[in-house]
Design a binder for this molecule. Structure first.
Ligand SMILES: Cc1cc2nc3c(=O)[nH]c(=O)nc-3n(C[C@H](O)[C@H](O)[C@H](O)COP(=O)(O)OP(=O)(O)OC[C@H]3O[C@@H](n4cnc5c(N)ncnc54)[C@H](O)[C@@H]3O)c2cc1C
Ligand SMILES: NC(=O)C1=CN([C@@H]2O[C@H](COP(=O)(O)OP(=O)(O)OC[C@H]3O[C@@H](n4cnc5c(N)ncnc54)[C@H](OP(=O)(O)O)[C@@H]3O)[C@@H](O)[C@H]2O)C=CC1
Ligand SMILES: CC(C)=CCC[C@@H](C)[C@H]1CC[C@H]2C3=C(CC[C@]12C)[C@@]1(C)CC[C@H](O)C[C@@H]1CC3
Length: 501
C-alpha cells in the first residue's frame, strides 16, 4: 500500500501534466461553459436586480445570527480558500463564523451614467464577456479571468491601463456593504466618504461587500499594440518611463524582461480599425502563449499588431502568465496547442485544490510568487535587486498612477505619483534562495523605497513592519467607529503568513 502511495505521489509530482491534461482540463472546460451559460441566461432574463435585495437580506440575516449566537468568533466570507487567487489557503476560514456572500451577478449597465453595478463575485472574464458586446468596458480590467470584483476592491487590482486610470479602486464609484451591526450602507466620494476611502486593501475587515458601482468607458474592436525590444536595463527603464508618461498617447503600457538586459516594452491603444494582415487573434487556442509571442520580438525587432480587445485583456490567462510552463512543459508545442489547446487553461482554483503536499512543498521551497509596487524612480534599482535576490524571468512590469486620496495606500507626496508593479512568478535561479529570508529582504527593500507589497502573496512582515508600509490612520478610526474590531480580524490578521497555509 505504502509503495502504491509513493508511486502515485511520484506520478502526481513528476508527471503532474498527466493529471492536469486528462482530468483538470476537461473539468475546467465544463465548469467554464456551465458558468458562462448560466451568467448569460441570468443577464438576458434581467433577474439579478430583482434578486439582489433578497441576497443582501440573506447576508444581513447571517450577521444577525452571529450577533444572536454570542459573537464567539469573528466573521469572514464563506468562500472556500481553494477558490481564491493566491497560492495559500486561509486558515481562519476553519475557525471563524463563515458568512455566505453568494452574490455572483451583474445587476445593471447604466449607459447614461456610464457605470455598471455588479455583485462582488462577478469575475473579470464575466465582466468583459458581458460588456464588450454592448460596446463598453471597464477602464482597468485585470487580466486573469477568475479574479473577482470583491477581491479587486478588498485586495487590489492592477492592469496595463493603470498608469492612466489608477488601481481598480480608483475606477469604483460606490460600494454597498453590510456592516458589523447588520445595517446596509452605501458609500462614495460624496457620501460616507471616510468609509469609501477605507475599503480598498482592507481584506474584508470592515464589512461585507454586496455591490460595487464601477465606471465604464466605450470599448473598441481592437487594441493596436506596439512591441519595442530593449537591449539594456537602462534602455528598458528609460523607454518604459517615457511611454508611461504619455498618458494621452498610450492607453496601455506593459513590459516583460526576459533577462536583466533584454525585454520588450508594449504600448497600446484601443481602435476600431486595423491595417490589412496585421490582426492577431492571440486568444485563439492554437496561438503561442502570449509571453513567448512577446519574446519573439527580441529577434523580429520593433513591430505592430491589432489584437481583438478581449484577447488583449486576457492575454496572460491561457498561460497563467508563465506559470503553466512548470505544469505542462510541452504546452506551447504547436501539436499540443492544436489538439488540446482549446481546453486551456486549467482553472487556478482546481490546480490549487488538487495539489499534493509534495507539490505544495516544491512551490514553497523552490518557487516565488510576489508583486512589489515601487515608485518608478526606484525601478532600475528594484529590477537589479530582484535580479540579485531571485533571478526569475520573465519579469512583469506594469506602471500605475497612485493619487493622494486617504486610505491604506496612497502616494507619499501631495499629488499623483507613478509607481511600477514588478511581478516575479517562477523558479529562482540563484543558489542561495530561501523562501523566508529572501522574501523578507525584498520586503525590507520595498519598505525602504516607500513601496507596497501585494497581499495575495506570502508576506513575512511583522505587524510593526506592516504598519510602516501601509497608512493605518483612517482605517483604525473606521474599525473603531463601526465596531469592526470585535466583528472582523484586522487586515494583518487576514494576510500574514501565520494565518495562511
Ligand atoms: C517535469 C517537471 C515538472 C516541474 N514542475 C514544477 C512545478 O509544478 N512547479 C515548480 O515550481 N517547479 C516545477 N519544476 C521545476 C522544479 O521546481 C525545479 O526543477 C526545481 O525547483 C529545481 O530545484 P533543484 O535544482 O534544487 O532540484 P532538486 O534538488 O531536484 O529538487 C529540489 C526539491 O524539489 C523536489 N522536486 C524537484 N522537481 C520537482 C517537481 N517537478 N515536483 C515536485 N517536487 C520536485 C525534489 O524532490 C527536491 O525535494 C518542474 C520540473 C520538471 C522537470
Ligand atoms: N492583476 C491583478 O491585479 C491581480 C491581483 N491579484 C490579487 O488576487 C486577490 C483577489 O483574488 P480573488 O480570488 O478575486 O479574491 P479573494 O477571495 O482572495 O478575496 C481577497 C480578500 O477580499 C475579501 N473579500 C472578497 N470579497 C469580499 C466581500 N464580498 N466582502 C468582504 N470581503 C471580501 C476576502 O475576505 P475573506 O478572506 O473573508 O474571504 C479576502 O480577504 C487580490 O488580493 C488581488 O490583489 C492576483 C492576481 C492578479
Ligand atoms: C498580475 C498580478 C498582480 C499577479 C499575478 C499572480 C499570479 C501569477 C499568481 C496568483 C495566484 C498564483 C497561483 C499559481 C500560479 C501563479 C498565480 C496564478 C498556481 C496555479 C501554481 C501551481 C500551484 O499548484 C497552484 C497555484 C495557485 C495560485
Amino acid at each position: 500500500m505504502a509503495s502504491f502511495d509513493s508511486a502515485l505521489e511520484h506520478v502526481l509530482v513528476h508527471y503532474r501534466w498527466v493529471f492536469v491534461c486528462f482530468f483538470l482540463l476537461p473539468i475546467s472546460l465544463f465548469y467554464e461553459v456551465w458558468l458562462y451559460t448560466r451568467n448569460w441566461i441570468v443577464f438576458q432574463l434581467n433577474s439579478a436586480p430583482r434578486q439582489h435585495d433578497k441576497k443582501v437580506r440573506n447576508v444581513q440575516r447571517q450577521v444577525k445570527q452571529w450577533q444572536d449566537s454570542g459573537r464567539r468568533t469573528k466573521m469572514c466570507t464563506a468562500r472556500p480558500g481553494w477558490q481564491t487567487m493566491s497560492f495559500r489557503q486561509p486558515k481562519y476560514k476553519k475557525t471563524m463564523f463563515n458568512v455566505n456572500v453568494n452574490l455572483v451577478d451583474i445587476i445593471n449597465v447604466d449607459e447614461e451614467k456610464r457605470t455598471v453595478l455588479v455583485e462582488p463575485l462577478v469575475n473579470m472574464g464575466q465582466l468583459s464577456a458581458t460588456l464588450t458586446p454592448l460596446g463598453w468596458t471597464i477602464p482597468v480590467l485585470p487580466e486573469i479571468d477568475d479574479l473577482t470584483v470583491g477581491g479587486m476592491v478588498m485586495g487590489t487590482g492592477i492592469e496595463s491601463s493603470s498608469h492612466k486610470y489608477g488601481l481598480f479602486q480608483h475606477i469604483c464609484k460606490s460600494y454597498e456593504l453590510v456592516l458589523a451591526d447588520g445595517s446596509v450602507v452605501t458609500c462614495s466620494k460624496d457620501n460616507n466618504s471616510e468609509l469609501f476611502y477605507s475599503i480598498p486593501w482592507s481584506y474584508g475587515s470592515l464589512g461585507f461587500l454586496t455591490a460595487v458601482e464601477i465606471q465604464i468607458i466605450p470599448a473598441t474592436k481592437y487594441v493596436k499594440l506596439e512591441y519595442k525590444p530593449v537591449r539594456s536595463l537602462d534602455e528598458a527603464v528609460s523607454v518604459f518611463k517615457e511611454e508611461t508618461l504619455k498618458t494621452t498617447q498610450n492607453q496601455f503600457v506593459e513590459g516583460l524582461m526576459f533577462n536583466k538586459e533584454e525585454g520588450v516594452i508594449m504600448t497600446g491603444n484601443m481602435t476600431e480599425l486595423h491595417e490589412a494582415n496585421k490582426v492577431n487573434e492571440i486568444g485563439m487556442w492554437y496561438k503561442p502563449w502570449f509571453f513567448e509571442h512577446v519574446r519573439s520580438f527580441l529577434k523580429k525587432g520593433k513591430s505592430t499588431e491589432y489584437i481583438p480587445l478581449r484577447d488583449y485583456y486576457h492575454r496572460h490567462t491561457r498561460s497563467i502568465f508563465w506559470e503553466i510552463q512548470d505544469i505542462i512543459p510541452f504546452g506551447n508545442n504547436p501539436i499540443f496547442r492544436f489538439l488540446l489547446g482549446w481546453m486551456m487553461p486549467p482553472k487556478v482554483s482546481l490546480l490549487k485544490l488538487t495539489q499534493t503536499k509534495a507539490i505544495k512543498k516544491l512551490y514553497e521551497n523552490n518557487h516565488i510568487i510576489q508583486d512589489m509596487l515601487v515608485p518608478i524612480s526606484s525601478m532600475a534599482e528594484s529590477i537589479q535587486m530582484f535580479h540579485d535576490a531571485v533571478q526569475v524571468y520573465p519579469l512583469w512590469l506594469c506602471p500605475f498612477k497612485l493619487n493622494n486620496d486617504p486610505g491604506l495606500v496612497h502616494s507619499s507626496n501631495n499629488g499623483d505619483e507613478i509607481y511600477v508593479d514588478i511581478g516575479v512568478y517562477g523558479v529562482p535561479k540563484v543558489p542561495n534562495f530561501h523562501p523566508v529570508n529572501t522574501t523578507r529582504r525584498i520586503e525590507e527593500y520595498v519598505r525602504k523605497v516607500k513601496g507596497f507589497q501585494m497581499l495575495y502573496a506570502d508576506t513575512y512582515a511583522t505587524r510593526e513592519e506592516f504598519e510602516e508600509m501601509f497608512d493605518f490612520s483612517l482605517y483604525k478610526q473606521m474599525r473603531n467607529k463601526l465596531n469592526a474590531t470585535e466583528a472582523f480580524p484586522d487586515m494583518y490578521d487576514k494576510v500574514n503568513k501565520h494565518v495562511r497555509e
